[in-house]
Design a protein around this ligand. Structure first.
Ligand SMILES: [Zn+2]
Ligand SMILES: [Zn+2]
Length: 255
C-alpha cells in the first residue's frame, strides 16, 4: 500500500476524468492521499473533496508565489480550517524565488505567520522551496518550526540541506524527479535519508516521473517513485511502500 503525501486533485487538470484518476490510484495500491490547497479556490476544493472521500486528507496553506494575495482574514480562515477533522497539516508554504509575483520580504512574512499559526494549532507543515534553501532553513530555525515538524515536499536541494532539515524534525519527501536519469541530487538525497524520515509524493498534476515526464502526473505514478527509491535503497518495493506509508500515518496522526 502506498501513501501519496502531496496531490493537487483539486486542480482543474483533473476535472474531466476525476473518478478514473482515483480508480487508477487504487489499482496502483495508493490507499491514502493528502490534497494540498494553496490559495482560496484550491483550499475550498480540497475541503470539499476530503468531506466526500474517506481516504483523502487535506493540507491547507498559502503558496509563496501567491503570498502577496494573502489577507489577515485568510489567516483567520486557515486557523478555523485547522480544526477540521480531516485537515492533517498546514501548507504548502515556504519560499519560491523562481517566480517574482510576490516580493521576497512579503513571502518571508507570510511564511513566518503560517509557521506561528501551525505552532498555535499544533499541526505539521508542508514546505515548498524553490531556489531558496538557505532562507527557508534560517526561517524554520528562527520560528522554531521543529516544534511541529513536517515535510520538505518534492525535495530538490542537496544532501547537506536535507540533513539540516531533518535535524529540525522534518521528513524528506521525494517525487517524480528522483526517477529522472540526470537527477543527481534527488538520487543522492534518497541515498542518505534514513528510512524513518522518508516520504513519497507525486505533486500531481506536476512533475510526472519517468517515463511520463512532461505529461500530466497523477497519484498512480507514485508507484514509480517508490520503485526507484527502493532500488536506490536496495530494499524491496513492498518494504519501501510499508515504511513510507507508516511514516506518513504517524506524521499525520492517522491509523
Ligand atoms: Zn510545491
Ligand atoms: Zn504542490
Amino acid at each position: 500500500m502506498l501513501f501519496d503525501t502531496h496531490v493537487h486533485l483539486n486542480a482543474e487538470q483533473f476535472s474531466e476524468d476525476f473518478e478514473e484518476v482515483l480508480t487508477r490510484a487504487k489499482a496502483a495500491g495508493v490507499e491514502k492521499m493528502v490534497v494540498v490547497g494553496f490559495d482560496r479556490p484550491t483550499i475550498t476544493r480540497a475541503i470539499e473533496l476530503v468531506e466526500q472521500y474517506d481516504y483523502l486528507y487535506a493540507s491547507v496553506g498559502w503558496h509563496p508565489v501567491d503570498a502577496i494575495d494573502m489577507t489577515d482574514e485568510d489567516l483567520v480562515w486557515l486557523e478555523k480550517l485547522a480544526e477540521h477533522p480531516k485537515v492533517v497539516a498546514l501548507g504548502e508554504m515556504g519560499l519560491d524565488y523562481h517566480w517574482d509575483k510576490s516580493p521576497k520580504d512579503i513571502q518571508k512574512e507570510v511564511f513566518r505567520k503560517q509557521i506561528r499559526l501551525a505552532r498555535r494549532v499544533k499541526l505539521p507543515i508542508i514546505i515548498h522551496n524553490r531556489d531558496a534553501a538557505k532562507d527557508i532553513v534560517d526561517i524554520l530555525s528562527e520560528e522554531k518550526a521543529a516544534e511541529v515538524g513536517g515535510i520538505m515536499h518534492c525535495f530538490s536541494s542537496s544532501p547537506e540541506v536535507a540533513k539540516q532539515c531533518m535535524e529540525m524534525n522534518f521528513h524528506i519527501s521525494l517525487g517524480g524527479p528522483v526517477t529522472f536519469k540526470n537527477a543527481k541530487k534527488p538520487k543522492a538525497v534518497a541515498e542518505i535519508v534514513p528510512l524513518d524520515r522518508l516520504l513519497i509524493e507525486t505533486d500531481c498534476p506536476y512533475l510526472a516521473p519517468h517515463p511520463y515526464r512532461g505529461k500530466r502526473n497523477e497519484p498512480a505514478y507514485v508507484k514509480l517513485v517508490a520503485e526507484q527509491i527502493a532500488e536506490i535503497k536496495n530494499i524491496s518495493f513492498e518494504e519501501l511502500a510499508k515504511i513510507t506509508t507508516d511514516n506518513a500515518n504517524k506524521l499525520f496522526d492517522l491509523d
